[in-house]
Design a protein around this ligand. Structure first.
Ligand SMILES: [Zn+2]
Length: 352
């Protein structure tokens, strides 16, 4: 389904670009601004099997995006400034925010230098378990398992399966199957148990992944001191909040903030829902983020910001800078809002 959607979106973007339709749609659908979602920023390391490639862009693509925005006279602002403009209905200039989820070390090593070139502020949403070095990045663990294996034997829904993983294409198919299964499991505990068993069976050191990829508190302190950097919260454990009890979901939001505030000695006012799609964040989670006192909370539902977004500060859409579409010709389409309008069936606000 995800692959299918990717194909449709890819085709849709291409068609929009080639037809120039994004320019015609622009006055109606471009909105007042956009919040971009990024994860990793790092140089390309091409390998035949890259199931998480959508989560990374190169420093060059980030630079091209910033250059594009600046050359179109779009302000690059903090989430606080976005909030102010939405509340005050100050839409004299279009604006964009840059947000990076999870707290990867490459945000410091590769994103920060590029953001500095443009004096562009940005927000990093930190998962507190990741900063503690004890987080579970199960999608990376799964990638390592499938990369190492040529055959994966697993019981899915009580049915024993043998998944071929001998070729890049077979690995991708096996990864998709296992990813969809893991995301559909009822709780974080189930995911941890299953991925833990897979790692043990295939010789993957799961515990090493988090400290290898994520900034710890000692690294985050000087990073957070940079005037361009805002730190937001992204839960304690990177769980699917919609699958938690109300109490547990609320704790994930409040405890992660307290831990970041204590460790970094600054207030945390912004939140990003892990995964952030409809399956992971809905009406209940939006209300919980509001009552937890967050000024804004961002989803991964695709969309631009409109004046109406001011009434939905805990359900803000974003535009993904997806590693699978690092083509500079896509940039005018992204900033026109046409691609996300297409996705949203031309609704301006999607916050139910
Ligand atoms: Zn995340």
């Amino acid at each position: 389904m995800k692959q299918f959607r990717n194909r449709v979106i890819r085709a849709g973007l291409g068609a929009l670009y080639l037809s120039g339709a994004h320019l015609l749609l622009r006055p109606i659908f471009s909105g007042v601004g956009a919040i971009f979602t990024l994860h990793h920023v790092r140089p390309r390391r091409p390998t035949p099997f890259e199931p998480n490639h959508h989560l990374e862009v190169t420093p060059e693509f980030l630079r091209a995006t910033l250059h594009h925005l600046r050359s179109h006279d779009i302000d690059i602002v903090t989430l606080d400034e976005m909030h102010r403009r939405l509340i005050e209905k100050n839409f004299a200039r279009r604006f964009a925010c840059f947000t990076f989820d999870d707290g990867y070390r490459d945000n410091r090593d590769f994103a920060l230098p590029v953001m500095r070139e443009f004096d562009a502020p940005f927000t990093v949403f930190v998962t507190s378990d990741f900063a503690d070095g004890i987080g579970r990045l199960w999608w990376v663990a799964l990638e390592k398992v499938v990369a190492a294996a040529s055959l994966i034997e697993i019981t899915i829904g009580g049915v024993p399966c043998r998944l071929d993983a001998a070729t890049p294409a077979a690995k991708q198919a096996a990864y998709n199957r296992l990813h969809d299964w893991l995301r559909a499991l009822p709780g974080g505990y189930d995911v941890r148990r299953e991925i833990g068993a897979l790692c043990a069976r295939h010789g993957i050191d799961e515990a090493a992944i988090c400290p290898d990829l994520c900034m710890n508190w000692d690294e985050l302190r000087p990073f957070a001191d940079d005037p361009l950097v805002t730190i937001g919260a992204h839960t304690v454990s990177h769980c699917n909040l919609a699958r938690q009890s109300e109490e547990a979901a609320s704790q994930e939001m409040t405890v992660s903030r307290t831990r970041i505030e204590t460790a970094l000695q600054r207030r945390v006012l912004h939140f990003a829902y892990p995964y952030g799609d409809r399956i992971a964040a809905g009406t209940r989670e939006f209300a919980l983020a509001r009552s937890a006192g967050y000024k804004t909370a961002v989803t991964t539902r695709p969309g631009m910001l409109f004046s109406e977004s001011a009434a939905h500060m805990s359900a803000l859409p974003r535009v993904s800078l997806n590693g699978n579409y690092q083509d500079e010709r896509i940039l005018p389409v992204l900033t026109s809002g046409a691609a996300t309008a297409l996705w949203n069936g031309f609704r301006r606000v999607d916050a139910a």
